[in-house]
Design a protein. Sequence first.
Length: 187
Amino acid sequence: MAATAELNWYVIRAVSGQEKKIKGYLENEVTRQKLQEFIPQVLIPSEKVYEMRNGKKRVRERTFFPGYVMVYADLTNGEALHTITSIPGVLGFLGASEGTSKKPVPLRPSEVNRMLGTVDSVDETVEKLEVPFIVGETVKLIDGGFNGFTGTVHEVFEEKKKLNVMVKIFGRDQPVELSYNQVEKQQ
C-alpha cells in the first residue's frame, strides 16, 4: 500500500443514460476489492429540477454532462485503473492519449472547482422549473382569481417564468399574466 496516494479527479466516458448504474457498480467493486484508499469518491454532476404534472410538483435529477462520470482516484495503482475500466458501460477515460501509453489525464484544479462549485451551488439554490410552456398550448389556471378557468398560452416570458394567457371571460378573450406555478398543462 502506498503511503501517500496521488489522488486526482478524472472523467470517465460512459454509455449515456447508464451513469447511475455505472456509479453503483463502481462503488460496489471498490468496496468488494477494498480499494477505498485509491478510489474514495465517484460523482455524477447533476441538478434537481421540478416539473408540474396534474397540479403536483415532481422533483427529479438531471445530469449536467450525460455520458460522463467523475471519479476521484489514484490511478498509479494498476488495480484501481483496471477496476474502473472493467466496469460494464465504461468506454474509457476522457483525455486519455491514444498512443502507446493510454494514461488518463487528470482534470485541472480550475476545472474541478468549476464543476464541483456548480454542483454545490445547485444544492443551495431553489430547484428550477424544467418544463416551459409553448404558445398555443391549453392550460388550466390553478391559482389566483381565475382558479378553475382554462386558457390558451399567448406569450411565454421564460426569463421571468411568466405566461400571458388568453382566458375566455363572459364570452370574450382577456389576457392574464400568470407565473408558471399558477397554471398546469391541460391533459
